[in-house]
Design a binder for this molecule. Structure first.
Ligand SMILES: Cc1cc2nc3c(=O)[nH]c(=O)nc-3n(C[C@H](O)[C@H](O)[C@H](O)COP(=O)(O)OP(=O)(O)OC[C@H]3O[C@@H](n4cnc5c(N)ncnc54)[C@H](O)[C@@H]3O)c2cc1C
Length: 398
């Protein structure tokens, strides 16, 4: 008997899961997305980088799925004619104090099987003429793409393979019934009721709420961290050839403000990381009393805030000051000044925070009978989407 699976969320993870299930025999699939278009939240507001897998703890889901995902995403793009550029990237230590952390990154790259090597400052300038590093790491497999374009292609494939796709359908209720001849999951959406045999929650910024709606205590909370971008003025984009990253702070799962040449040729600087006052709060003025109460009533948030308030204050100041933002960028490319950057969009990361105040640094995927909940899928989940999808489909089968 065919099994009908309902996928909630039409970002890259939900669409990739729908594709994986549709490719496996014995499934029919419905995707429910609340927005009018696919990839409207995290997926459509990211840096467009196909990460190499450099940063993540060896053996973690992020490490394994990012390294494999780098290959599967590039292969998919090439197969579908989606523009992709394997431009590689440079991680630059801006002073001697950062050398040990850069060395540790190289060790991690080697443990994860990522093609990376130390380069001299002179070699670094062959890749990026405007950098002036104390030391640098070159990674070859990092690439750039438009994840919106990937999602458009996925949605077209899904429609062609008979998957039922609904946009504009916000999920508001989920019940499980004993049902005859077999149990059912009933999902209420804006103007639809969908009955299925199983459920996959890929609701990104709302995935903890969807889990609760489905009767599962996620045990953690999503805290939204906005990442704001500036872009280089068109006349100054030649300052950056590809991707230039700082040495990351190991206390945070965010990579630090970096320079990214996008697939359309523009150059973005960012993202920073500030607490968003709405789960989908792309600007300071986007505030939701419900979302704020949710964050502020969570003991994990206060434990996190106490531990990291200095970094938090500094991020807020940088968010409000173009001069401070430009100064961060100039650490990577000294020629960049405040006059060279203009504010552009932002994305909001769905980041799981535990009750102890720790940011989950791996993907978190929980199962319940006939349900899989993708609870923590921040970066590099766009890169790893096809691998997450394989894992989720396996969990549903098991
Ligand atoms: C600033 C920023 C930069 C990033 N850069 C990169 C990068 O360069 N490379 C990389 O690999 N990753 C990057 N990431 C991470 C990457 O974008 C995410 O990991 C990925 O997009 C997660 O996809 P998703 O499908 O889980 O979530 P989303 O794209 O957020 O999709 C979830 C979907 O669920 C829908 N939804 C929510 N609630 C409901 C409901 N009740 N009913 C119906 N639908 C609902 C939402 O509308 C949304 O479309 C970045 C993220 C951010 C924020």
């Amino acid at each position: 008997m065919r099994r009908h699976v309902i996928v909630i969320g039409g970002g890259i993870v939900g669409l990739a899961v729908a594709r994986e299930l549709a490719m496996r025999r014995g499934h029919s699939v419905t995707v429910l997305e609340k927005e009018a278009a696919w990839a409207s939240q995290q997926t459509g507001h990211n840096s467009g980088v196909i990460h190499s897998g450099l940063y993540y703890k060896p053996g973690s889901l992020k490490a394994r799925m990012c390294v494999a995902g780098n290959r599967s995403m590039i292969e998919f793009a090439k197969d579908r004619g989606i523009p992709v550029d394997i431009c590689g990237k440079l991680v630059v230590a801006t002073d001697d104090a950062e050398r040990p952390a850069l060395r540790a990154l190289l060790d991690r790259a080697q443990a994860n099987g990522v093609p990376a090597r130390m380069v001299t400052p002179a070699e670094a300038r062959e890749y990026e003429p405007e950098v002036a590093p104390a030391a640098a790491l070159r990674v070859e497999s990092t690439a750039i793409i438009s994840y919106r374009a990937v999602c458009e292609s996925l949605a077209a494939d899904l429609a062609a393979s008979g998957v039922t796709l609904h946009t504009g359908q916000r999920v508001t209720g989920i019940t499980s019934t004993a049902g005859r001849p077999r149990p059912e999951i009933v999902v209420q959406a804006s103007s639809l009721e969908v009955r299925g045999d199983a459920l996959v929650n890929c609701a990104g910024l709302h995935s903890d709420r969807i889990a609760r709606l489905a009767g599962v205590n996620p045990g953690v909370k999503i805290v939204p961290f906005r990442g704001e971008y500036y872009e280089l003025r068109a006349a100054r984009t030649a300052l950056v050839t590809g991707l230039i990253y700082p040495v990351p702070d190991p206390a945070f799962p965010f990579l630090g403000v970096h320079l990214t040449r996008m697939i359309d040729g523009s150059v973005h600087a960012g993202p920073n990381a500030v607490l968003a006052m709405r789960r989908e709060g792309y600007r300071w003025r986007d505030v939701s009393a419900r979302d704020m109460a949710d964050t502020l009533s969570y003991p994990g948030f206060w434990r996190f805030a106490r531990r990291h308030y200095r970094a938090g204050v500094s991020e807020v100041v940088r968010s409000l000051s173009a001069a401070r933002f430009a100064a961060s960028v100039a650490r990577l490319v000294p020629a960049v000044t405040e006059a060279d950057i203009v504010r552009t969009g932002a994305g909001v990361r769905a980041q799981v925070l535990s009750r102890s105040g720790a940011l989950a640094d791996d993907f978190v995927i929980r199962t319940a009978p006939r349900q899989v909940h993708v609870l923590n899928a921040p970066s590099p989940a766009a890169t790893a989407a096809f691998e997450i999808a394989r894992h989720v489909a396996g969990q549903l089968t098991d």
